[in-house]
Design a protein around this ligand. Structure first.
Ligand code: GTP
Ligand code: SPV
Ligand code: MN
Length: 591
């Protein structure tokens, strides 16, 4: 077996810190072999072929889905596990009421016991990766050690993985350490631990998405949000999209919606035929790193290079781009399959499932055929609306920040915050119905500030202060908006058609940014005058529109009181400005 020490001489680009760390993990976990990932196509091809031979991956119909595979996870391992996810800071207060906390020394001991000998008879993969364009000063590198070849394949799509990342680490000397083992996939022996002050992550017992692809939520949000605070930027759960209007001007916006609330779909939106002249360019679908620029604007990069997207609901009517994108070179996780080996999921209007996501003959009595959190992993370059600005080392300038949640009532279709400070309150007040992206009950409304409840690596009180501080540095700060595509009528039907039609709302957002349209000033912020929304060719009744744009004082007084109660838990860490903004809203409501 090639030891790291041996490799130092053969790989001049290897950082001695990486070598030392890999050696110490080898000693702890006792793998059969070590594989240093170079990120080549050949490497991934061979790995995939091996997993197919071993029955870990299934090849999907090569005629209709060339290059596509299906992975079925352990049925107890299908989503993130927020209740088993910890922030381990020396001081408990720094993790905040928004996080589970464990003492770092205690957490390390616990994890060492789990990791000891866990890779016997397995290969240890060293996965060097770069979050962001490889030549961008805004990018950050990491190394994930894992015993899951499924994780390696995913990381090769989701990040800039391999040799160039290893070389950058050797140059910079700094990297995030992520140690991962699937262990026995036992939910009782599953923990996702973060040590922000050590720039390290330890994840055991899950092979799924955000628990296991450590570059994603663990690094690019939890650890990065901590780093961003000390360095003066923001790491956010946001899509980034460019919108070109019929006049040919392109503006970029970044939008934060909680998990499974429409980021990927908005990022690759298709303009409806009745809005001619618009074009959409996707920069990112899940994570944005936002940096104040020398010009006083906010600049965004997408640290990822692929999409780990929700499959159910994807069809040619809701999102033709996504539907086309995942017909080739895509890794599916936990979807169902038709009799001729095509992937199948709820929301598809063609084909029918023969086997369900667990590989059993499909029986509707056992629930949906595809798991509600089934996912596709695909390169961003497969997206028909892929933006080449995704590779721009400076990122793209942001005109608007849009927050939103999944709420059947209360929150109107769209409103604009009065200013940045009020916008921080609006963003911190996001509430949303829980989804299948986390294990646990779905459909329960909870607070999800900035869509970061599961992902902020430190105390939300400090985080909101940091947001206020960043805004104060921006002479051309983006305007802040709140949207809700999920408002329902009394019968439970969505009032707004969503998907491509959401562009009508974004059109209003951009005209607000340009200062070319007025608004109805209400207690909660500025709403569109109905006549200012471009609804040409859209079938939404005047009554539905009125419900969509309603701000009901009774409901909002109650909402404001609940927000106040929620914020109170942050005690002395809650910025006084947030309380002042909330009082202002309450005063305007006459509460
Ligand atoms: P994560 O990857 O978990 O962060 O999710 P996401 O925010 O990217 O959500 P995504 O775009 O994958 O959408 C999640 C679900 O919401 C899918 O089933 C979509 O079909 C559905 N959805 C997305 N946009 C809309 C919309 O505008 N209206 C309605 N009604 N449903 C939507
Ligand atoms: C989310 O849950 O917000 C996701 C999927 O984007 S995961 O990678 O599992 O976090
Ligand atoms: Mn997400």
């Amino acid at each position: 077996m090639a030891t790291a020490a041996h490799l130092i001489s053969s790989l001049p680009q290897l950082s001695p810190d990486v070598a030392k760390w890999v050696d110490s993990v080898r000693e702890l976990t006792q793998p059969r072999a070590i594989h240093w990932c170079d990120g080549s196509d050949e490497e991934i091809r061979e790995l995939t072929a091996r997993l197919v031979r071993e029955g870990e991956l299934q090849t999907l119909n090569p005629d209709s889905f060339p290059g596509c595979h299906l992975s079925r996870s352990n049925p107890s391992d299908v989503a993130r596990v927020e209740h088993l996810t910890y922030i381990c800071t020396p001081n408990k207060e720094d993790a905040g009421p928004n996080n589970n906390w464990m003492d770092p020394a205690q957490a390390h001991t616990k994890m060492r016991d789990l990791f000891r000998g866990c890779m016997k008879d397995r290969t240890l993969y060293v996965v060097p990766y770069c979050m962001g364009p490889i030549n961008s000063p805004l990018s950050r590198c990491g190394v994930e050690i894992t015993d899951s070849p499924y994780v390696v394949i995913n990381m090769s799509i989701m990040t800039r993985m391999g040799r160039p990342a290893l070389e950058r680490i050797a140059r910079e000397g700094k990297f995030v350490r992520g140690l991962h083992s699937i262990g026995e996939l036992d939910p009782e022996r599953r923990f996702i631990m973060h040590f922000p002050h050590e720039l390290s992550i330890e994840s055991f017992g899950s092979g799924y998405g955000g628990n296991a692809l450590l570059g994603k939520k663990c690094h690019a949000l939890r650890i990065a949000s901590w780093q961003a605070r000390s360095e003066g930027w923001l790491a956010e759960h946001m899509l980034i999209v460019g919108l070109q209007n019929p006049q040919g001007e392109t503006h970029y916006i970044a939008c934060a919606f909680p998990s499974a609330c429409g980021k990927t779909n908005l990022a690759m939106l298709i303009p409806p035929d009745s809005l001619p002249g618009w074009k959409v360019f996707t920069v990112g679908d899940d994570i944005a790193w936002l940096h104040p620029g020398a010009d006083g604007r906010l600049w965004a990069i997408n640290p990822e290079s692929g999409y780990f997207g929700v499959v159910p609901g994807t069809n040619p009517e809701t999102n033709r781009n996504a539907y086309d994108m995942i017909r080739r070179d895509t890794l599916f996780t936990n979807v169902a399959m038709t009799a001729n080996n095509e992937p199948w999921w709820e929301g598809l209007t063609t084909g029918k499932p023969a086997v369900d996501w667990q590989g059993r003959p499909y029986d509707p009595a056992r629930g949906p055929a595809a798991h509600p959190n089934s996912r596709f992993t695909v390169s961003a370059k497969r997206n028909p609306s892929y933006s080449h600005r995704s590779e721009d080392p400076q990122g793209v300038p942001i005109s608007a920040l849009v927050f939103g949640g999944r709420r059947r009532e209360v929150a109107p279709l769209v409103y604009e915050a009065r200013n940045w400070k009020h916008g921080v309150l609006v963003a911190a007040s996001v509430a949303s119905e829980t989804t299948a992206a986390n294990v646990g009950q779905t459909g329960v409304v909870r607070r999800d500030p900035m869509a970061m409840q599961p992902f902020c690596g430190y105390n939300f009180g400090d985080y909101w202060q940091h947001w206020l501080d960043v805004g104060a540095k921006l002479s051309k700060a983006p305007r802040i908006f709140h949207v809700n595509w999920f408002r329902r009528d009394a019968g439970g039907k969505f009032l707004w058609p969503g998907f491509g039609e959401n562009l009508r709302v974004l059109d209003w957002v951009l005209r607000r940014c340009a200062g070319t349209v007025g608004a109805n000033e209400t207690a909660i912020g500025n709403l569109p005058v109905p006549a200012d929304l471009n609804l040409q060719g859209l079938n939404v009744s005047a009554d539905a529109l009125q419900q969509l744009l309603a701000v009901e004082p009774g409901m909002w007084k109650k909402e404001t009181a609940e927000i106040g109660k929620y914020l109170e838990q942050y005690g002395s860490r809650l910025p006084a400005e947030m309380t002042a903004q909330l009082q202002e809203t309450a005063r305007k409501l006459g509460a």
